[in-house]
Ligand binder design. Structure first.
Ligand code: ADP
Ligand code: MG
Length: 198
């Protein structure tokens, strides 16, 4: 198994959590915060199906709302864009999205095994391109999807779509973080937060 903390340290990516208070918005009133990362805060909608996700990274905004964003079973379903609801300390606006509720990968599940395999492949590709610095992840992913890849066709296609999106929108892959891979209730692995902006 790869050591994710070590891998992230090499990429200069530490585990930082967004310090901002939750923005005020009628849709968020009384909603429980169930997740927080470096750029986003997630609230349970309470219907068992959806969450409200407040995002501050432009990379995430492109990924979740662009007309030509990658779609398919391994990408999260976005139901609504409720607009700008404030501004983060970072200076970026907070956008409020309504999207499908996803779940952490249960240890030993098929989704967790597929995620581990994917991360192994990605990390080993990264090591091949480590001299590229910032561009390492982007080139590693591109290399992976343009060469034979021992992973199921659906996931291969999703990685191809992700790589195309990354090239098109000039963002970077953010796959070496176990929290960024989640699953649907039916067990499908979802690349829930696969990009960031430097
Ligand atoms: N669709 C979702 N449903 C439920 N929880 C989520 C969802 N998306 C993210 N989360 C939770 O919120 C945390 C932060 O989300 P993430 O997308 O990684 O944000 P960031 O852009 O800050 O890295 C995740 O670690 C996860 O626990
Ligand atoms: Mg994340």
């Amino acid at each position: 198994m790869i050591d994710l903390d070590e891998a992230r340290a090499k990429l200069g990516r530490q585990a930082i959590v967004l310090p901002d208070p939750a923005p005020e918005h009628p849709l968020l009133q009384g909603k429980r915060e169930i997740g927080r990362g470096e750029y986003s805060i997630v609230f349970d909608k309470g219907d068992g199906e959806r969450v409200y996700k407040v995002i501050s990274s432009p990379a995430d905004y492109f990924l979740y709302t662009a007309e030509d964003r990658p779609r398919g079973p391994h990408f999260p379903i976005v139901h609504a864009d409720h607009g700008i609801v404030g501004r983060a300390c970072s200076g970026y606006p907070f956008h409020l999205l309504e999207m499908e509720k996803l779940y952490p990968l249960p240890v030993g599940s098929d989704a967790a095994l597929l995620a581990a395999k994917l991360l192994e492949m990605y990390w080993s590709a990264c090591q091949q391109w480590s001299r590229l610095g910032m561009d390492m992840g982007r080139i590693a992913l591109h290399h992976m999807v343009t060469h034979p890849l021992d992973i199921n066709e659906g996931m291969r296609e999703s990685l191809r779509a992700l790589s195309d999106f990354i090239e098109e929108y000039q963002v970077l892959p953010d796959l070496l973080n176990a929290d960024n891979l989640m699953m649907r209730k039916d067990g499908t692995l979802v690349l829930s937060d696969p990009v960031f902006i430097a």
